[in-house]
Write a protein that binds this ligand. Structure first.
Ligand code: TIU
Length: 221
């Protein structure tokens, strides 16, 4: 299949491609979670939920593989470096009790993927302790076992966990496309810059396209 993407069309085989939704968790999107403790206006991120839901549904209907990630630490914080926990001297740190349970801790209410995008049976859910989805998760091996070579990325935030994950994927040999309307940042200028830098230099990190372009490619098959 071919997607009208930038800087040039993106080719993919559905059976070898996964949709990867990064960290669409209450901790980043709803008040009282990690995003807010870092001083961010979390309302900005909600705007991408409808487009992401539509993309997810279209991808499921086509039979494509879905991977969801969560930024999540163990309850004993053994996988959270003090440098990460202390960075920025936030009012609440990772592991402290917030309005939605312990901040960024696996299994807590705030750490769940938002209801609208909740994983269904058969989808891969990865808990990741870092910004990149490939660091300390086994994701690469899981994708290799399934013969995946191409990844479509959405999620939050564009220039932090999404861009880090795309760069990790690029170094591991995946052809990556960023879904422009399914990703958002707390800083609109950072999103715009990340989208530009990903596709610059002949898709140095990957391609970018609106989700409608991928859905159109799926529809035409
Ligand atoms: N702060 C911020 O923009 N992002 C993160 O801390 N994690 C993710 O991007 N998921």
């Amino acid at each position: 299949m071919q997607v009208q993407a930038r800087p040039f069309p993106y080719e993919f085989d559905l059976a070898k491609t996964a949709l990867v939704l990064i960290d669409m968790q209450r901790d980043f999107i709803e008040p009282g979670g990690f995003g807010e403790t870092l001083g961010n206006d979390v309302a900005l991120l909600e705007a991408i939920v409808p487009a992401t839901q539509k993309m997810l549904q279209g991808w499921r209907d086509a039979g494509g593989l879905v991977v969801h990630t969560r930024e999540a630490h163990k309850a004993d914080l053994s996988d959270c470096p003090p440098a990460k926990r202390n960075r920025g001297n936030p009012s609440l740190r990772i592991g402290d009790v917030g309005n939605m349970g312990r901040i960024l801790i696996a299994g807590e209410p705030g750490n769940q993927i938002i209801e609208a995008l909740a994983p269904v049976a058969g989808e891969i859910v990865i808990d990741k302790p870092g910004k990149g989805a490939f660091y300390a998760t086994g994701l690469h091996e899981t994708l290799q076992q399934r013969g995946i070579t191409h990844l479509l990325f959405g999620g939050v935030t564009t220039e932090v966990c999404v861009q880090t994950s795309m760069r990790e994927a690029n170094d591991r040999g995946y052809d990556c496309l960023l879904l422009e309307d399914c990703t958002e940042s707390y800083f609109p200028a950072f999103k715009a810059a990340a989208v530009d830098m990903i596709r610059a230099q002949g898709a140095i990190v990957g391609w970018t396209a609106p989700s409608g372009a991928v859905l159109a490619a799926l529809d035409s098959h």
